[in-house]
Design a protein around this ligand. Structure first.
Ligand code: ADP
Ligand code: ZN
Ligand code: ZN
Length: 730
């Protein structure tokens, strides 16, 4: 027999090996094989009797690591689909999708637990033997019943010191114990909490999706606070009732502890979380609980889409428009798109929820590829926020705040409410400027200015993370008159402390929340009313509920209005709507102020007067006119190197290869090679070549015909290059 093995190597192919007599394996099992000068662990993706290679030259499998497949056929098919669709090596797709420990050959079983039992001498002991040690007596009495796990003993207040003392007397001993999957949650399942009665729109959504045992993709377009999470909870309830599992993807789990606690409060079932802070062991255990069906609900970020499920019932993608679902390096998959493919293979419904759906998903809904459900009203008795555009042309700003906004803040704060200010620039000032000659401190490795961070007393480049001390003198003219140009969150915080000295402000950005647990502390402080003014970057825009915030100020939107990225307007509209949605979520009406030098800009007008729904539909028709995604499809080759000519030459040659197929693929447009928007970053020159076509199949066809040749290009060795299908970032 011959096995085809996917190996974690950067080659866009799999490898055939002979299966020696007497060895048996099946698709989905791990094997150890000789590769180049060493050994590698790979996954069997086919077992067959013939090979296109010369049998005499095939090497043999060394060792079979699994008796049974470690993954389901559905997942393996998904990996193969992803490998073909993203033109990414199958071995690397699998290596990124399965837990690290499995990749390293660890058995696919839960972490062994330890337990304690009495020795023979311990069984024979009597109460009198412990007359001088009540603690040991208690432990002995517990263990006399039956062996107990270390966790159970800890719960019973038995310390390891006590147990070690018993062990020293040879009365008790530690034994390994194989943990069990707790699969009995369906029998014990019950609701733990009173739940609100659904309003009509919610009830329609729940009825449309629940009890569907087939694939279907549902876009749940619901304004912020309209009760989407409540819809998810009701859908999951139906799924759990049938003993099936739910997979929920969220943008950033650390940022939304409230969502997770709502799930925990509602259901008495095992809920597992997948996020970047898990250890390798925790990640493997979670994965195994999913596979065994003992994880009733799995909530996680992007990579959670690869968690196996024994009895999948539903997949939910919350904030489906969020850019964090797209992986931006190595295997550049989009978790939302993979989730749709997975739901199709598992034959289950998938829900994409958002107040601000991506134009891609909205287009799929409007063209009836997806079912479209909307929640137009805010749940409970919350009202829609009122929006204002504040013209700041010729207005003297105080750290980015207009006098009108300051006055409004006073009004809201006096009434005992909270105010949130949104500024998407961390640090003290986005640049350091010489007041005498205009010199600006520029990063030597990037086409970018240093951000001045006063709290770290450093200049930091936000693109390559290089640090340097704050200069005392201008490097051009020697003047000591250096000033910050522009406003960052640190500076805003400083100004607020002066202008609003009677109120307490909290700043939430990547710098202030670097310490573990600090974000939770700040969020608690906001909930309890310790802080009255909230300053944040887009971190603060994601999914939080701040019931006492009645005023939101968005300080600077102008940079997004004139960006070269065709998605900038969509992103701004999403951000605005999400941030605005933080205001007035409870019974208090909210107010949102948007400061701009271009208050008449059609995009801002549309957003503020008509809302995201309207904006998104006109943005879609603009994209249609311009033949941009989702009305066309793109793939992007990126290349970078220390010398500018190398990436350009490589991409020229790639283009040359494609040109050989122009007859066949007339409708494909090749744009470039051209410098990336930021041409130099971290010391490397960056170029790109964009492929655009009216349908996916054309791009797929061209790439399948050409990738082998592209990979053989000699100029490719001198650059770092990558291929990004459906790129979102240019
Ligand atoms: P979203 O996920 O759309 O932002 P949530 O589900 O978080 O909205 O709901 C917003 C608030 O309204 C929450 O406090 C939630 O408990 C409440 N809520 C949701 N649905 C209802 C309902 N049918 N009746 C009363 N309150 C509701
Ligand atoms: Zn100067
Ligand atoms: Zn830099």
């Amino acid at each position: 027999m011959i096995c085809t093995i996917a190996l974690p190597v950067p080659l866009r192919r799999s490898f055939d090996y002979l299966l020696p007599e007497g060895l048996q394996t099946q698709v989905g099992c791990r094997v150890k094989v000789p590769f180049r000068s060493g050994d590698k662990i790979g996954l069997v993706i086919d077992v067959k009797t013939t090979s296109e290679f010369d049998l005499n030259k095939l090497k043999a499998v060394n060792e079979i690591l699994d008796d049974a497949p470690i993954i389901t056929p559905q997942l393996l098919q998904l990996f193969q689909w992803a490998s073909a669709y993203y033109h990414h090596p199958i071995g690397d797709v699998i290596a990124q999708a399965i837990p690290t420990l499995l990749k390293q050959g660890e058995p696919d079983s839960l972490k062994p637990l330890s337990a304690w039992q009495l020795t023979a001498a311990g069984q024979d002991a009597t109460q009198q033997d412990f007359s001088r040690s009540p603690k040991q007596l208690a432990a002995w009495a517990l263990l006399k019943g039956k062996p107990l796990t270390s966790a159970e003993l800890t719960t019973a207040d038995v310390t390891s010191a006590t147990l070690n003392a018993l062990a020293k007397k040879n009365l008790a001993e530690k034994i390994p114990q194989q943990p069990q999957y707790q699969n009995n949650w369906p029998e014990q399942f019950s609701l733990q909490q009173q739940k609100p009665e659904l309003n009509t729109e919610q009830a329609i959504a729940v009825a449309a999706i629940s009890n569907k045992e087939a694939f279907g993709c549902y876009l749940l377009e619901g304004v912020t606070g309209s009760g989407k999470t409540e819809v998810y909870l009701n859908l999951i309830e139906h799924v759990l009732e049938q003993g099936k599992q739910a997979l929920v993807l969220v943008p950033e789990i650390g940022l939304t502890p409230q969502t997770v606690s709502r799930f925990k409060a509602r259901f008495n079932v095992p809920i597992f979380m997948v996020h970047s802070e898990l250890t390798d062991r925790e990640r493997l255990d979670t994965w195994l609980h999913g596979r065994a069906g003992s994880a009733a609900i799995v909530i996680g970020t992007r990579s959670a889409i690869f968690t196996p499920m024994l009895k999948p019932g539903i997949i939910i993608i919350d904030e489906e428009h969020d850019t964090s679902f797209k992986q931006q390096d190595f295997f550049r998959y989009h978790a939302r798109d993979l989730a749709v493919m997975r739901a199709m293979r598992e034959k289950i419904p998938i829900v994409l929820g958002s107040a601000t759906p991506s134009l891609e998903s909205l287009n799929n809904a409007l063209s009836n590829k997806y079912h479209h459900l909307s929640l137009k009203e805010r749940a409970g008795n919350a009202q829609h926020a009122r929006h204002y555009l504040q013209d700041i042309k010729n207005v003297r700003l105080n750290s980015g705040l207009s006098p009108q906004l300051i006055e409004l803040m006073h009004k809201h704060l006096k009434q005992g409410n909270q105010v949130m200010l949104f500024l998407n620039r961390r640090g003290y000032a986005p640049a350091l400027l010489c007041h005498e000659c205009g010199w600006l401190a520029k990063c030597q490795r990037c086409d970018a200015f240093y951000t001045w961070h006063q709290s770290d007393n450093a200049m930091i480049c936000h693109h390559c993370n290089s640090h340097r001390p704050v200069p005392h003198q201008c490097e051009d003219c020697g003047s000591t008159q250096l000033l910050g140009a522009g406003v960052g969150t640190e500076q805003l915080e400083e100004t607020l402390a002066e202008v609003f000295s009677q109120y307490k402000a909290v700043r939430i950005d990547r710098d202030s929340t670097r310490r573990k647990g600090s974000l939770e502390n700040y969020l608690d402080g906001i909930q309890s009313g310790e802080y009255q003014i909230l300053i944040g970057t887009q971190m603060l825009a994601k999914g939080h509920h701040f019931p006492d915030v009645t005023l939101v100020g968005i300080l600077d939107v102008d940079s997004s209005l004139f960006s070269s990225d065709f998605r900038a307007a969509e992103k701004l509209a999403q951000l605005f709507t999400q941030v605005a949605g933080r205001a007035g979520r409870a019974s208090k009406p909210g107010q949102v102020v948007l400061q701009s030098h271009h208050p008449d800009h059609y995009l801002l007008q549309d957003l503020v007067n008509n809302g995201y729904q309207d904006f998104a539909r006109s943005a879609l028709s603009e994209r249609q006119d311009a033949l941009l995604p989702p009305f066309s499809f793109q793939a992007l080759f990126r290349a970078e190197a220390t010398y500018a000519n190398m990436p350009e030459t490589f991409l020229q040659q790639v283009k040359q290869i494609f040109s050989g197929y122009t007859e066949q693929y007339k409708q494909i447009e090749l744009i470039g090679p051209m410098p990336a928007i930021m041409e130099r970053r971290a010391g490397k020159y960056r170029f790109q070549l964009l492929i655009q076509a009216p349908n996916r199949a054309l791009i797929a066809g061209l790439l399948s015909s050409c990738m082998e040749q592209v990979e053989k290009l000699k100029s490719g060795i001198k650059v770092r290059w990558s291929l990004d299908i459906d790129p979102t970032d240019f």
